[in-house]
Design a binder for this molecule. Structure first.
Ligand code: ARG
Length: 459
């Protein structure tokens, strides 16, 4: 049997393999609610413009609402022979309301229909992700406020560099997530034009009102070029790019959590809720959720690459290749959403060992820069000379296997005779962080006010 939705010129039905490669209902049923919302807006416009009479339009709208109920309750039967969500809904509509159903597709094509449905899904999901990013920012900012004065080692090259505060470290992620939100919000502005009414590719001869449908569906305006409308997937690419960058941030943070949770670092413990045991090693507490957040960034990044490659060789306008836009996009944004939820849970429960972090903060001669700065300030030494003197002090401490603050004044004066015992005030980690008061620096006072600024902004 040929396809009853488009099979007019076909004598026989598709080969089984053709059906398998062609059908998208297995994944695009996710677009059901967007598809019905789009059809409701379209039929209301067809009625208002007199393209379809009021009685038929009312029957179609009723039928669509019935179908929405069936899909929500799980009683709807999706059929692969009907290819995709659009034709599954339309076919059911025909069964419910009879021949009037055939009028719904006036002045419309599946090309503008799918462009619309997919845009709506990306918009809805991006909005949800924005809310989740905000939740994670809030949890991080309140932890940061709580730990504005907790000292930990700051690293460069993964080597102890200078002492920082734990709050400062957490707020770095709040900043990153803030930019992630900016990227999603910015993408949303460009996304928010309605492609419905572009029809197959050239527009339509019917007197449609595109402003009406655009407004009804929450868009700022209709898209201005019908060819572009049906062949553009920038909105998905931009969301995928924002997701890939965000997943990269989450992955870096997850990596740090994995490190912090090791018995070697032991900076922070994950709660039981976000740890797993080993089936053979009874002592193990594995940070699986953090590892999975790190690992899942791979597929999120892959989805962006995948869609860029699908799109890059396509001539205008629609080609069936574009049906490959959905699975990766669905997976990417849903994976990101799951990772955000897991991260929020992990951070809320994360228990830092502040004593251990503070002890580690002093290791590796981490206050050497403070010593050099003191030589500049107190002895008016040029910084390069101060750097050299400090290097000799560090070498001496390393040779004696002690910290900088454990050297005697005589040891220090053996290197630079003008040093006084006032120098010891800057060699401790607390003093070190307290002195970093430049805007954006790690001083507890700065961290407190930055955390408060964020918490107010996130209200
Ligand atoms: N399932 C199709 C897709 O996802 C819908 C559009 C089909 N259009 C067409 N001309 N065959 O892209």
């Amino acid at each position: 049997m040929s396809n009853k939705m488009w099979g007019g010129r076909f004598a026989s039905g598709p080969d089984a393999i053709m059906e398998e490669i062609n059908a998208s209902i297995g994944f695009d049923q996710k677009l059901a609610s967007q598809d019905i919302a789009g059809s409701l807006a379209h039929v209301a416009m067809l009625a208002k413009t007199g393209i379809v009479d009021a009685a038929d339009a009312a029957a179609i709208a009723e039928g669509l609402k019935t179908i929405r109920g069936e899909i929500e309750s799980g009683s709807f039967t999706f059929s692969r022979a009907l290819e995709d969500i659009h034709m599954n809904v339309e076919s059911r509509l025909a069964a419910l309301v009879g021949p009037a159903a055939g009028r719904l597709h006036t002045a419309r094509s599946r090309n503008d229909q799918v462009a619309l449905d997919f845009r709506l899904w990306v918009r809805d999901t991006a909005d949800q992700i924005d809310g989740q990013l905000r939740d994670l920012q809030k949890v991080l900012a309140s932890k940061a406020l709580e730990h504005a004065g907790s000292v930990m080692p700051g690293f460069t090259h993964m080597q102890s560099a200078q002492p920082i505060t734990f709050g400062h470290h957490l707020l770095a992620y709040v900043e990153m997530l803030g930019r992630d939100r900016g990227r999603f919000q910015d993408a949303r502005k460009r996304l928010n034009e309605c492609p419905l009414g572009a029809a197959a590719l050239a527009g339509t001869s019917f007197p449609i009102d595109r402003d009406q449908t655009a407004k009804a569906l929450g868009f700022d305006r209709p898209t201005a070029n019908s060819l572009d409308s049906v062949s553009d997937r920038d909105f998905a690419l931009e969301a995928l790019a924002a997701a890939a960058i965000c997943a990269t941030h989450l992955s870096r943070f997850a990596e740090e959590i994995v490190l912090w949770a090791t018995s070697q670092f032991a900076f922070a413990a994950l709660s039981d809720k976000f740890s797993t045991g080993s089936s053979i090693m009874p002592q193990k507490r594995n940070p699986d959720a953090a590892e999975l957040v790190r690992g899942k960034s791979g597929r999120v990044i892959g989805a962006l690459t995948g869609l860029l490659i699908v799109m890059k060789g396509l001539p205008l306008a629609y080609s069936k290749d574009m049906q490959e836009d959905k699975e990766g996009t669905f997976d990417s944004l849903q994976t990101l959403s799951l990772c955000l939820a897991a991260m929020t849970g992990m951070v809320a429960d994360l228990a830092p060992d502040t004593a251990r972090m503070e002890a580690a903060a002093g290791a590796g001669f981490s206050t050497a820069t403070d010593l050099a700065d003191w030589l500049v300030r107190a002895l008016n030494m040029p910084f390069r000379d101060a750097h050299h003197v400090t290097g000799r002090v560090v070498a001496l401490a390393a040779e004696k296997k002690v910290g900088l603050e454990d050297l005697s004044l005589d040891d220090l004066r053996g290197i630079e005779p003008k040093i006084t015992d006032a120098v010891f005030a800057v060699l401790g980690v607390q003093n070190s962080v307290a002195s970093r008061v430049s805007y954006g620096g790690t001083a507890p006072a700065n961290v407190k006010s930055q955390a408060e600024r964020w918490l107010t902004a996130l209200q």
